[in-house]
Design a protein around this ligand. Structure first.
Ligand code: F6R
Length: 603
């Protein structure tokens, strides 16, 4: 996820901006830049890669004395990580930085190009600066032009803009992406994506609300929301940096669980509309002779692949086979050019997945990656990539990467079903409605988290856990079990509910914990019978379902949803929080569990 900072004051602006960006490094980035306006001149610097490269580029530059400045770290979404795509983006007399996605950028860009504007980057963000300058050229003053620009753009954004037209002002706007304004008693003003760059500088901050926009001068902050003027409400800023990087959560994993609601909105943004799914990333791939899919991945990404296989067969009506990458590599697989080879990887560097991809490429297969890290080895090698846009994931146990992978794969299944004309308009529309409902399902309610926290104390011992489910809830059971074992070090297995009677039920006694995924919209009665069989053998049952279940020892009630995928995401959150709370009670290191690494670049 991108990071933004801004500064108004007399201190060395370069220092605050680059140090501030360093504090936002944990969000992940592939390029960075700053722009400083002083004595009527704007100096701008951009560099690919680490902030050290930007420090080197600005080594000779100094900016003390009153002035204003903005800084940005970019995590590529539209357009490759290149210097031209790095922020700030400029027009003739204005510079902007933007975090988020402008959904209607194509329409705006076409209109501006028709008016003779030349674009220098592939980003969606660049439309903001040109649109602003066009309004100025048409006679608006800079405040009117900024307000009008915000009215034109749609999507998610945190924007900072500086212009020679108003050299002591930083314009800001926030919608669905965080932005904080800060100040201190020395007359300095600050802007940032999160608290941590502000600690030690600002004493009081304003957490902007969605729809807020306005301008900051050295002695005044003006905020509007629509036509309404908003009185600035300051709160005192805390002092703990690590706490601030975790946005106040105890662990990165916890923060990432709560972030799923917003990152999934980013995954969907600009890709889904009422008529279907548009994946520009795949425009150069000819799917006409593709009649099957093979998916290769490891760990959590493999569980996403297993889930996707149900969707590809059921929605897209394309045969789908899933392989664990480390097995695939040595089985001498039969590779056929009529099969699409899909790899899924959060990091884009997993050695087994990368090697499997190389084999597919060598065999002349069409390859597509679902990946979170642009410019990673897997992205560079694949014919096309759909980025999952989860932002950097710090917790070793993957959470938001999984959620965004599933959403991406669901979109892909609709895209392919439509391309192959295997999906009716009615079904497509129902699926789109459910897809767009996903972010709200991912909202974590305090009441359910608290209930899981209380309940977790009963699940700290016993001789093992079985997570069980049917259909797409089987891979979710596998993922729930993996989360638990990774951070609690307790033995857990995921199993198809209907398969328990073929062996594992021999383990059933009161010390066997069964986490039963019992969705209303997917084979409820069948799963219920399987859980009854376990209950009859005295297994301890924690049922997760929207429907009351008398035989449950513990019960976590989910909401009544119309679509199995909505139930899937709600249950996913519950299994993630259950693992987290058990791990916390056992005193384990939640974010860095023993023996595990975030990126597995060895066999
Ligand atoms: C589990 C986890 C791992 C990874 C696996 C693949 O929480 O994080 O199982 O999913 O190592 O990694 P990527 O997706 O980076 O290829």
């Amino acid at each position: 996820m991108c990071g933004i900072v801004g500064y108004i004051g007399k201190a060395e602006k370069k220092k605050f901006l680059i140090d501030g960006l360093q504090e936002l490094e944990y969000r992940g980035y592939d390029s960075a830049g700053i722009a400083i306006l002083k004595n009527g001149n704007i100096s701008s610097f951009r560099a690919l890669g680490k902030l050290e490269n930007l420090r080197q580029k600005t080594k000779e530059f100094s900016s003390s004395g009153f002035g204003i400045g903005i800084g940005h770290t970019r995590w590529a979404t539209h357009g490759k990580p290149t210097e031209a795509n790095a922020h700030p983006h400029s027009g003739e007399f204005t510079y902007i930085i933007h975090n988020g996605i402008i959904e209607n950028y194509k329409e705006i860009k076409e209109d501006l190009q028709a008016e003779g504007i030349k674009f220098l980057s592939q980003t969606d963000s660049e439309v903001i600066v040109h649109q602003f300058e066009q309004f100025i050229k048409k006679g608006l003053n800079s405040k009117e032009a900024f307000k009008k620009t915000i009215e034109v753009i749609e999507g998610a954004y945190a924007i900072l803009l500086i212009t020679k037209d108003e050299p002591e002002t930083i314009f800001f706007a926030k919608n669905a992406v965080p932005m904080i304004l800060g100040q201190n008693s020395c007359g300095e003003k600050f802007m940032s994506s999160s608290d941590s760059p502000l600690i030690g500088h600002a004493t009081d901050v304003i957490y902007l609300n969605d729809g807020d926009f306005g301008w900051v001068k050295k002695d005044k902050i003006t905020i509007f929301n629509g036509e309404v003027s908003i009185a600035p409400t300051f709160v005192t800023l805390g002092r703990d940096k690590i706490y601030a990087q975790k946005d106040g959560f105890r662990f990165f994993m916890e923060k990432e669980i709560y972030e799923q609601e917003s990152v999934v909105s980013e995954t969907l943004m600009g890709r889904v509309n009422d008529n279907g799914v548009e994946l520009d990333e795949l425009k150069n791939i000819n799917f006409s002779n593709i009649n099957a899919i093979t998916i290769c991945a490891c760990g959590t990404s493999y569980h996403a692949a297993l889930t996707a296989a149900y969707l590809f067969e059921r929605i897209s009506k394309i045969k789908c086979q899933v392989e664990i990458a480390s097995e695939f590599r040595y089985k001498k697989p039969l590779l056929d050019q009529g099969t699409l080879f899909l790899v899924i990887s959060q990091s884009g560097e997993t050695a087994d997945t990368l090697e499997a991809l190389k084999m597919a490429k060598k065999a002349g297969m069409k390859t597509v990656a679902i990946c979170n890290v642009d410019n990673s080895s897997i992205v560079r090698l694949s014919d096309a990539t759909i980025l999952t846009r989860a932002g950097i994931e710090k917790g070793v146990a993957s959470t938001k990467a999984f959620a965004t992978q599933i959403v991406t794969l669901w979109m892909l299944s609709l895209y392919l079903g439509n391309k192959k004309q295997n999906i009716s308009k009615k079904v497509l529309q129902e699926e789109i409605k459910a897809l767009l409902h996903t972010p709200s399902v991912l909202h974590v309610k305090d009441s359910i988290h608290e209930k899981i926290r209380r309940l977790s104390k009963r699940y700290l011992h016993g001789h093992g856990f079985f997570f069980i489910g049917r259909d797409i809830f089987f891979p979710l059971a596998l993922e729930g079990a993996l989360k638990l074992k990774e951070i609690s070090y307790l033995h857990a297995e995921g199993y198809p509910a209907g398969e328990m009677k073929h062996g594992p039920i021999a383990l059933a006694d009161s010390e066997l914990f069964t986490i039963a995924l019992m969705p209303k919209n997917m084979l409820y009665d069948k799963t219920k019978s399987n859980v009854e069989e376990l209950s009859a053998r005295d297994a301890t049952i924690l049922a997760i379902s929207p429907l009351e279940f008398d035989l449950a020892d513990d019960f976590l009630q989910t909401s009544l949803q119309d679509h199995p995928m909505s139930e899937f995401f709600e249950m996913m959150i519950i299994t993630q929080i259950l693992a987290l709370e058990i791990s916390v009670r056992l005193g384990n290191d939640v974010d860095m569990p023993r023996n595990l690494a975030k990126s597995v670049t060895v066999e």
